[in-house]
Structure formats: structure tokens, C-alpha cells
Design a protein around this ligand. Sequence first.
Ligand code: G4P
Length: 541
Amino acid sequence: MSALPEPQIAPTSVRSKPDGSLSRRTFAIISHPDAGKTTLTEKLLLAGGAINMAGAVKVRGENRRARSDWMEIEQSRGISVTSSVMTFEREGITFNLLDTPGHSDFSEDTYRTLTAVDSAIMVVDVAKGIESQTRKLFEICRLRDIPIITFVNKVDREGRDPFEILDELEAGLALSVSPQVWPVGMGSDFQGCFDLETNEFLHSRPRAAGSFNSVTQFNGPDDPALHAVLPEHVAAKFAGEVELAQAGYSAFDAEAYRQGHLTPVVFGSALRDFSVDQLLKIVARFAPPPRPQPSDKGAVDPLTQSVSAFVFKVQANMDPNHRDRVAFVRFCSGHFKRGMKLNHVRSGKPLAVNNPIYFFAQERALTEEAFAGDVIGIPNHGTLRVGDTLTEGETFRFTGLPSFAPEVMRRVRLEDTMKMKQLRRALEDLAEEGLVQVFKPTIGSQWIVGVVGPLQLDVLASRVRNEYKTDITFEPVPYATARWISADEERFVKTFMQENMMSCAMDRDERPVFLPKNDWELRYARERNPGLTFAETREIV
Ligand code: G4P
């Protein structure tokens, strides 16, 4: 084993002015909790020059937690329950990274966030392979034809054989895999990673177990000079593996990737910085720029001149001192300029956007413009809701943002009945954020809330207490779920509601909802009322 040639400095970012929507890469990271999403996010921001110091994302998280007690839940359970957006630029490309909550209780929020991205990075723990939440999120991406780059993380630790992981991806997700960066040894034998496209060896010095800080160019994975710097048994294993990896799996095909048939696979270590830069380069080169977005007048081309956008998330009380509410808006076409008056299609009223916010890693700033693919925050007092469309005057609506049938239903009990007004306001605000669904029963005066996962109830109670100074508890109800009722003729819905008063309610948009006690009751209602539709999801309007 001989000494390595002099190190080259690991590439640093070059900042430059972005130019239009083609330079946008709007993406999310999907993973099972603990696979390394937070660590990778932080390292991508570092690689993009958006932050200067490792740990900054966590510091930011802690700051937020300090400001808002409900985040205690997030902290104590070690999960991320909020989505946010982080924008950074590198070499003329603007990256909009949308964070998605990893816990399954927040899948609804995640789903909506995924409607706003053009591609995704799937993080897989090399010791665990595909886990339940990864699979679920992958299926959502597949439904929406979102192309995926796979990052197999933690190769600095003992893990499963890389081929086992590749085969699991290929067979388990029915996807061609194309290895791009390969680990050189793993666990105690870990020496670094090898970029199979550029023949660069990513390694560390002076200690092999340290973080990535050097790149050495070789002529190929079989270059004797490379093998000379590796321990003999690692070199031999690496040579055999690479031969098999290149012969046994698909060559990279950008079109197949963009159509969602193939995933490029990067082995690396987010914690130690290995392959993060390579991952970002793949996103920049191959991830799609803004894609056409579905609407009720057909797909909207991102190169269309007039501005269009939709709200995919609303967050109330980001700063409890100011009771602010921010709508996260994804632009789909046109060139937006600050101060523009946009048409708020749902209300038909103009909306002057004077304070659009960009979210950088650690701060928010006013932005003067935005292109298709960009995500900005619009502070408002409740005008904007999830699913709303904004245009330059047209009246079409973007589609595909569903509201899911809740799986857990509870009656809300107010501890202090004088606080009815606060409770109403809290439920309205938090339903608008998409944290819970709220139903008003036909009979009775207490609100019923529905959630996809029980953890959302803890968050709801905690936020109502902290942000609205109101204590609530939950009581069980006999209902199992909710179904939105519709029919060709309105009178059929009315008749059904009258006959089933005890099991009917209105949602917050005054849409009729059936609350069945169990599957049997739902089936029975369907059989008895063939003219009615009992929908599990409804488009948000
Ligand atoms: P998540 O957001 O997907 O839930 O995962 P997160 O980044 O928080 O990472 C989960 C754990 O895995 C953390 O350890 C993190 O340090 C570790 N980790 C992430 N990437 C790598 C990697 O490439 N190699 C190794 N060896 N570990 C990695 P923790 O002990 O739970 O937290 P911490 O005390 O280190 O912050």
C-alpha cells in the first residue's frame, strides 16, 4: 500500500445568478426516520454554500423549538413534524429543497409536499435497506411519476452487502438501478467512495476513518495506482464488486430516470460527507426542471408566460409573537415579480403579493422575483388555503391535492367553556394548515376532529394549549372514518342526511360527510344508496 498523491481540495460552491425556470431543481428527500435525512439535508446545504457550519440545521431546529413549545413533541419523539423549504444556489442552478415529515402520522402533509416537487432523493440506510416509510413514500412518488435518485447512506458503518441493497431496490420497487458511486470497503474497512463516472476516488486524510476531504483522479476502478493505495483485501474485493456492478446493472439513462423507470444509486455517508457533492451534481445535471402541472384546463407548461402557482401548505403561528400565517406557494409558470396582483381563483379576488418570502437555510428574506419551480411563502391572515390557485387573471385551478379520509376520529372536549371562540379559531387555523380535519355533526354541538395518525392529536392539543391558551381533551366517538357524500342530484344527498342524522356531519367547507361506525355500515350505505358516492378523498377546493 503506497501513499496517496497530493490531495486536491474538495470542490466548493460557486454562486451565480439563476436564470429562469430551467435552472430550477425543486426536490424533496424521502426516507424512513433515522436513515439520515436531516444529516443529508444539512450536508447538501453545506455543499450548496447555504450554510457555513455543520450542525446549523439542527441549531435552527432548536431555535424553533425554543420559540414554540409544541415542538417539544417533535423533540421528545425524535421526529420531524414540520415541512419547510430551503433554497440555495450553486453553479447557476437554484435548488429548492422541500423537507417532508418522516413520521407516518404526517403522511398527508408529506403527500401534499410531494405534489410541489419535480424529483426526489430517497435515502436508504445501508444496514436496513428499504423500510416501511420509505416504501410508502416511494409509492406516492411513483403515482405522481416523480423521478428518484437513491442515496444509500452510512456506508462508513457495517451494513448489508451493496448488491443485496441493489437487488432489493430492483425487485422490491420494480425499478432498474444504476450504481453511480460505489463504496470502497465498508464498516471497519471503509476507505472512501469511488465515482464510477468520473473515476474519482473520494477519501479522507490523514485518517481513513475521518471525513471526506480529498479527491484523487484515477484512470478507472481497476487502475493499479488506486489498488496500490488500498489495503490488499479491500482492493481485491472492490475490483470484483465493481466488475459485477458494471456488468450486472443498467447503464445510466437520463430519459429512463426522468420517466421514473430507473434510479441512479449513490453509496455514501452523509455524516462524513462522502458522495454528497456527487449527489448534488446528479440532481443539477439530470433531475428535471419544473414539469407541467395538472390543472382542470389541462397541464400547465412551465414556459407559459403568465404567472400561475398553487398553495401546497399553510403554516400558522410560525412566530407566535406575531400570529403570522404563511402559505407555501409553488410557482408553475411565468415570471413573478414582487408587488404583482394575482388572481385568487377560489374567491375571485385580486391578491397583491407585496411581501413574498424566500426561505434560506437559516433565515427568511424578501424576494423580488420567482420563476416556475420556486417556492415562496406568502404571509396572510387566512385568505390562502391549501389547494388554492393563483394566476395572472385566468380562472383555472390546479388539481391533484387531495384531502384524505381520516383514520382516527375524536370528539373535542373543551375544559373551559368560556373559551369556545378560541377553540373555533384554533380548529379553523389548524385545519387550514392540514394538521387535522374538522367536522360539525348534524346533531350535537361539539366538534369532531379526524386525523390520519394519532400523533397528530398530541400535536393538536399541544398547539391549541400553547398558541391559543386553551385546554382541550379528546373523547372517543363511535365513528371509524369519514366519507364525502355526493350525487348527481342534490336531493339524494339531502334525503340520505335526513335519514342518517346521527352519522352525518359537515366538513369545514360545508360539504356533507358520512361518519360510518365500521366497514360494514359503509358497505351497507353504499348498497342501499347506489346513486350516492362515498369518497375516501376529496380534492381540496
Ligand atoms: P433522520 O433525519 O432521517 O431521522 O436521520 P438523522 O439525520 O437524524 O440521522 C439519524 C442518525 O444516523 C444520527 O445519529 C446520525 O448522526 C446518524 N447518521 C446519519 N448519517 C450517517 C452516516 O453517514 N454514517 C453514520 N455512521 N451515521 C449517520 P444519532 O446518534 O441518532 O444522532 P446524533 O447524536 O448523531 O445527532
